[in-house]
Design a binder for this molecule. Structure first.
Ligand SMILES: [Zn+2]
Length: 179
């Protein structure tokens, strides 16, 4: 993703009476410190697992709509290509630079490197991954996997994170193992 691609991407945005629109989709530009502040407050009230559950479950419930929009844009493109496209959009809207480093369908496995996360410099000294909002990607991926007839019981783990001192973040999405 280059600056040129970013300029092309935002050139499609329109400002309509206080709404920032990308076609039919409304975007809200927020300061990264606001997102991180929400995370900290959620953790304080609900604990780290509770905060994660809120974002993760909300994404799974809301992901269907986004997935449909993307599938329309992607046409008949293969699943891996659509998944890479989703990551590219994440990069273009400023969440950090996503690179899918591994992808298999059977079993479902996706490993992603995430450079320059939105959380960089805003959360340090953590003992676990803190890029909570990135986990929302699972909510978009599940409906696509469902459509492709693949496993949808997934687990998400951010095992490297700038918040705990790693040079970049890395997460994996894989089929949940039977217990
Ligand atoms: Zn992270």
């Amino acid at each position: 993703m280059s600056e040129e691609e970013f300029k092309q991407f935002i050139s499609r945005f329109e400002f309509r009476d206080g709404a920032v629109m990308n076609g039919p989709d409304r975007h809200v530009l927020v300061h990264a410190s606001y997102l991180v502040g929400i995370q900290r407050e959620m953790e304080a009230v609900l604990g780290p697992d509770g905060a994660f559950a809120v974002v993760y479950n909300a994404a799974i419930k809301g992901g269907e709509f986004v997935a449909e929009q993307l599938a329309k844009q992607a046409g008949a493109a293969p699943l891996e290509q659509v998944i890479r496209m989703i990551h590219n959009i994440g990069t273009l809207i400023g969440w950090g630079k996503f690179t899918v480093t591994e992808f298999t369908e059977k079993p479902v496995l996706m490993r992603t490197r995430h450079d320059n996360s939105y959380i960089t410099g805003l959360w340090t000294g953590a003992t676990e991954g803190k890029c909570l909002f990135v986990s929302a990607i699972v909510g978009i991926i599940i409906p696509l996997l469902k459509k492709a007839g693949l496993a949808t019981e997934l687990e998400y783990e951010e095992y490297k994170c700038v918040a705990k001192g790693d040079p970049h973040c890395e997460f994996v999405v894989r089929e949940r193992k039977e217990e």
